[in-house]
Design a protein around this ligand. Structure first.
Ligand code: ADE
Length: 229
């Protein structure tokens, strides 16, 4: 998979992709991420990428021309499965959206800033609008990093132990069960006996029941309609 990200603050995205799992995915040649500075596609001495809103009001609006130039340049190299705009008024990102997006070849993500982009960018170029939650970030970069991370780790071969993505919270509509490691006792607090038993079937059953219990307590909304009620 290849992900191109368009940003006016590319430095914000340097960190997330140069460490740990995402770095390994790039080194293994499974996923690559390139960040493009929108200002490189602006014209004039000022390299202007934003302007006042028609009709007045506070806040600047990202101009269509540099964005169009950037998208059209990148489209000469690849055909994108989705051109995504990160925005608080988009569809809320979740594990099922991550699963779907992890199966495509090429994604282009546009990070919003200021008051947002000229609506015509959304009308003419964007195929999917994503929010990572009901709060407003100062730009779409951190949201894009969240989305890219959630997608890339699902691509087969990225995680060392592939089953670990399958047992994540949300993959089966349930929260993941509690986990424990050594020591078997800490300050008088032990771990559930069954986990030390070596009995695989019993451990699976305990984990499933603990998942259902945890989901019922913390996220009862997830149980509605998924058959675990
Ligand atoms: N840009 C600003 N806030 C955002 C959010 N919550 N999700 C996605 N992009 C954003």
């Amino acid at each position: 998979m290849h992900i191109d990200i368009i940003s006016v603050v590319p430095g914000l995205l340097e960190g997330p992709f140069s460490h740990s799992i995402l770095k390994r995915a790039e080194e293994k040649g499974i996923a690559s991420v390139r960040v493009h500075n929108l200002r490189d596609y602006a014209t004039g001495n000022q390299k202007q990428v934003d302007d006042y809103a028609f009709g007045g009001g506070a806040g600047m609006v990202m101009m269509i021309e540099p964005i169009a130039r950037c998208i059209e340049t990148l489209q000469k190299e690849r055909t994108y499965d989705e051109i995504i705009y990160m925005t608080p008024d988009g569809d809320t990102f979740d594990q099922s959206m991550a699963n779907g997006l992890s199966q495509v070849d090429n994604l282009l993500i546009l990070c919003g800033h200021y008051k947002g982009v000229d609506q015509r960018v959304r009308d003419l170029f964007i195929t999917k609008e994503i929010s990572i939650g009901d709060f407003v970030l100062s730009g779409g970069e951190l949201a894009a990093a969240v989305v890219a991370d959630a997608i890339i780790r699902l691509i087969p071969g990225v995680l060392n132990d592939e089953t670990s993505a399958l047992t994540d919270s949300f993959q089966d509509g349930l929260l993941a069960p509690p986990v424990y490691t050594r020591p078997a006792e800490f300050q008088g607090v032990g771990v559930p006996e069954v986990l030390l038993s070596g009995h695989e079937a019993k451990i699976s059953e305990w984990r499933f029941e603990a998942s259902v219990r945890r989901t019922r307590e913390k996220r009862p909304d997830l149980l509605k309609g998924n058959g675990w009620e």
